[in-house]
Write a protein that binds this ligand. Structure first.
Ligand SMILES: Cc1cc2nc3c(=O)[nH]c(=O)nc-3n(C[C@H](O)[C@H](O)[C@H](O)COP(=O)(O)OP(=O)(O)OC[C@H]3O[C@@H](n4cnc5c(N)ncnc54)[C@H](O)[C@@H]3O)c2cc1C
Length: 348
């Protein structure tokens, strides 16, 4: 099943409103500072008006503030750790074509109607594509060498790209791919810089835990970045429901259980995604010859697929693991073993 992120986020928001009316959502605020991790204390600043920043002291902070996470940066500074952003030297175009845009081309329409994900690969580049939104939109995500962000600061993640450049990057790909790319209106080419992060020493400090890309940004080659953020949320739901009381010590130990269940698994998938990119992007040579022979054998119905995302063992690792069940079964033991840190909780 393939879903669009906006549909998923909207559905989760509506479900929360319907099933948990006691949850209050506050939108339009930016986390601008964390001044203590125990008791957790943070400042949020309204984005759209000039009202004063608000200081909060919640029971816990779950920081899902993405790859540019303020919470992660503040936590690492408090721990005197220097883990930083890693440049992957890769960038991505993200493209969505509507059925109406492709109506004139029967071959393009056949991609909307196939219940299939299609991958086109070439040296240093690949494209993955599939229909979304009830087959009304065809979603393409490319990966190519980064040439536009090389001189940019770490804070730059997206840029308007040139259509001519995009067509040039994929000039030697199949005609059907070039026809798809050519439908992107001039001025609407959006390019993303792909960055990852060195593994962090911890995801938890005091009563704050990092969630999602804030702690395990993942290259898109395995389609697992957001999926792993969802596993984080699912495990947090289980462990917090089992937390015996609301004392700071119990909350911190519970967040340590979350980390124990999630960190190693997420970091393994981060590594597999990176390895998958290296194999997809092989240039001329022995390794590429062997990979292409494996694809040929697969077409003839023999052997393993040399694309890790489609490999049965990798899929079993990804989809055969019930993170909520493991969290529930292991909670008592991991909670008993969890240690509470008591140093450097205040920032500054
Ligand atoms: C080209 C590309 C293709 C991808 N394809 C896939 C795929 O097929 N499958 C998949 O599972 N994943 C995919 N991913 C990865 C996926 O997009 C991310 O892993 C996912 O969005 C991470 O979710 P998140 O909630 O942790 O972070 P984000 O989606 O980055 O959300 C972070 C949120 O925090 C907000 N925020 C940031 N800073 C602050 C602050 N200081 N205060 C308040 N709010 C803040 C941001 O505005 C944002 O709304 C892809 C990524 C890329 C770049």
């Amino acid at each position: 099943m393939v879903g669009h992120r906006a549909s998923l986020a909207g559905a989760m928001y509506r479900a929360c409103q319907a099933k948990h009316p006691n949850i209050t959502f506050h939108f339009g605020h930016t986390l601008t500072a964390i001044t203590s991790f125990s008791p957790p204390t943070c400042t949020i600043t309204p984005r759209n008006d000039s009202s004063a920043p608000i200081t909060l002291t919640p029971a816990l902070i779950l920081a899902a503030d993405g790859i540019k996470s303020v919470a992660r940066t503040t936590m690492l500074a408090a721990l005197d750790h220097t883990a930083g952003i890693q440049d992957t030297r890769q960038a991505a175009y993200r493209i969505m074509l509507t059925r109406a845009q492709c109506a004139h081309d029967a071959e393009l329409l056949s991609y909307f109607d196939a219940d299939a994900v299609t991958r086109w690969i070439g040296e240093s580049r690949h494209i993955i594509a599939y229909p979304v939104s009830g087959k009304q939109i065809y979603n393409l995500s490319t990966v190519q060498p980064d040439t536009h962000f090389a001189a940019a600061t770490n804070a730059t993640y997206t840029t308007k790209g040139s259509k001519e450049t995009m067509m040039g990057v994929f000039a030697d790909f199949a005609p059907v791919v070039r026809r798809m790319l050519d439908l992107v209106p001039e001025g609407e080419v959006c390019e993303w810089k792909l960055r990852v992060h060195e593994p962090l020493p911890t995801w938890v400090h005091g009563q704050m835990a990092l969630v999602g890309d804030a702690c395990h940004p993942t290259l898109p080659h395995l389609a697992q970045g957001a999926a792993q953020a969802i596993e984080d949320g699912a495990v947090l739901g289980v462990v917090l429901s089992l937390c015996p009381d609301a004392s700071p010590e119990s909350i911190e130990k519970t967040l340590r259980v979350y980390e124990s269940v999630r960190k190693e698994r997420a970091e393994t998938l981060v590594d597999i995604a990176a390895a998958s990119g290296r194999e997809l992007h092989l240039g001329e040579g022995k390794a590429k010859k062997e990979r292409d022979e494996a694809f040929a054998r697969l077409k003839a119905g023999e052997g393993k697929v040399p694309d890790r995302w489609a490999d049965a063992d990798v899929q079993k690792k990804i989809y055969g693991f019930d993170c909520m069940k493991v969290a529930e079964e292991e909670f008592e033991r991991l909670f008993g073993e969890a240690k509470v840190a008591r140093e450097r909780m205040e920032v500054g």
